[in-house]
Design a protein around this ligand. Sequence first.
Ligand SMILES: [Zn+2]
Length: 216
Amino acid sequence: MLDPGHNPNNRDHTAEISRHVDIGTDEKECDTTGTATDAGYSEASFTLDVARHARALLEARGATVKFTQDGDRAFGPCVDERARIGNSAHADAVVSVHADGAPAGDRGFHVILPKSVRGGDADTSKIAAPSRRLGERVRGEFMDATHSEPADYIGDGSGLNVRGDLGGLNLSTVPKVFIECGNMRDSKDAAELTDPKWRERAALGIAQGITDFLNG
Ligand SMILES: [Zn+2]
């Protein structure tokens, strides 16, 4: 399962995406518009492009690949539904593709792992360990494919960050990670994120990381 973060149409549906949904441990906005580069290249466009390239690579290797959204919805899906789509599909692995909106000057990528949390419908105690294995493989292959550095502003240089506040992770019952491929708000990172060739390498890293995980 690939989960392209946000949705290019979210900006036209701000009322719908700002309603709150139950993420088990808390309530969060249904979805957000995501960030963009100074020149206006949106995170939502980036995530779809990278996810589509990764899908092509994985399908060529024989994987069955599903998306939470493929630019085919008016908005969203909401973060709780994004998790449930992966759960219903009994996905072997889910990667949610994003790019960050950190301050200019902050650079690099990081993979977000689910913290072990319980509350309401959220229980990540069983997926925390396999998600870490998935995330570590995605991190390694993403570095090899893109030659990007782990983020210099989060995760102490490990390229990994554990969070318990994301609905898309908290409600998942299958191994799942997010990847923030770079910082759209930094001009040097943005130059990479807006380069179609770089995005193909990013997709290759993600696809290879998933492949490694599925191959054990
Ligand atoms: Zn995002």
